[in-house]
Write a protein that binds this ligand. Structure first.
Ligand code: BDR
Ligand code: CA
Length: 312
């Protein structure tokens, strides 16, 4: 049997993060070696609590959870509690997980695990890039040891969600995203625009959530508020950015269209701070650093989500 691919996930749970984590736990070719947790969708105390709870619900309390940075590197930023609930998990009042976090800081855990799994590590970021940027500052050789980096973030033609031009994960901590995009020679990007192009039909999601599994039951509760919000604003399809990123991370062969281009972050704009600027015409002469997901096999994506929810 081939060895499993070690998978380290940096995340700010978050309702869509939770679905991505269930997909990762359900994958037989990958071993989740840790969750490093960022502030983002809600404050760090809550994202950590949510990460621990999700592990417990999935029967994976053995997966180490590392708390990271409590806020962006430089400038404070608003959270996304309006989408995910004040507690980030739909305000359903769940009982906290029985276990706790590791003592090690998330940035240090990223570095240590990059040595333990040097050359094999799949690193997936589902939140603001603060922890990874800090790890890079501590040790700029980190990218040499990461086999593949997959980032959920950005809006490749500047159709943002947090602002008209900028997507949440990048706009929450633009300096961190800049450091990461500059340091990694290549990385995969699943942006907000790809997310909008790969909506999950609400009617199907509701069926999948009725599966007789504790994972589906928990996810039905924590996602209810944001699904209603989404149906009200965005119509028949529900958009799960982090789940799409995890689909690409776990099954890259599902991608049917990708584009490689230089990608940079706007740090100074008044209207566009946190926007990702894609050099579509290769005018800057900079190397292509980002592999942008443009299209992914819808059936495969839906099947992965359904299987993750039904898993027991
Ligand atoms: C991203 O922002 C967060 O609110 C989601 O969890 C996702 O990671 C989408 O822009
Ligand atoms: Ca997220």
């Amino acid at each position: 049997m081939t060895e499993k691919i070690p998978l380290l996930i940096d995340t700010d749970p978050g309702v869509d993060d939770a679905l991505a984590l269930l997909m990762a736990f359900n994958d037989t070719a990958h071993e989740v070696v840790g969750l490093t947790v960022a502030a983002g969708n809600v404050g760090l105390g809550r994202t950590v609590r949510n990460a621990l709870k999700l592990c417990e619900v999935a029967g994976r309390s053995d997966v180490p959870v590392y708390a990271g940075c409590p806020g962006p590197l430089l400038h404070p930023s608003p959270d996304a509690a309006d989408v995910h609930g004040r507690d980030g998990f739909g305000d359903v009042g769940y009982a906290p997980a029985a276990h706790g976090t590791q003592a090690e800081h998330a940035a240090l855990a990223i570095l240590r695990l990059s040595h333990v799994h040097a050359g094999r590590l799949l690193l997936v970021t589902l939140g603001p890039l603060t922890n990874l940027a800090l790890a890079l500052k501590l040790d700029p050789t980190l990218p040499h040891r990461v086999a593949r980096l997959v980032v959920m973030g950005g809006a490749v033609s500047a159709h943002g969600n947090l602002t008209p031009a900028a997507e949440f994960n990048v706009a929450f901590d633009p300096e961190a995203a800049h450091l990461v995009f500059d340091a990694f020679p290549t990385f995969d990007v699943v942006d907000w625009e790809a997310t909008l192009a790969h909506g999950l039909p609400h009617a199907s999601v509701e069926q999948w959530l009725a599966a007789p599994s504790p994972r589906a039951a928990f996810y039905e509760q924590i996602s209810r508020q944001t699904r209603l919000w989404s149906a009200d604003r965005r119509g028949d399809h529900w958009h799960s950015a982090d789940a799409l990123a995890m689909a690409l991370a776990l099954h890259p062969e599902g991608a049917s269209s990708l584009a490689e281009r230089p990608l940079a972050v706007e740090l100074a704009g008044i209207l566009t701070r946190g926007a990702t600027v894609t050099d579509w015409n290769r005018q800057t002469g900079r190397p292509d650093n980002a592999r942008l997901l443009l299209a992914y096999d819808r059936r495969r994506f839906e099947a992965l989500v359904q299987a993750a929810l039904a898993a027991t």
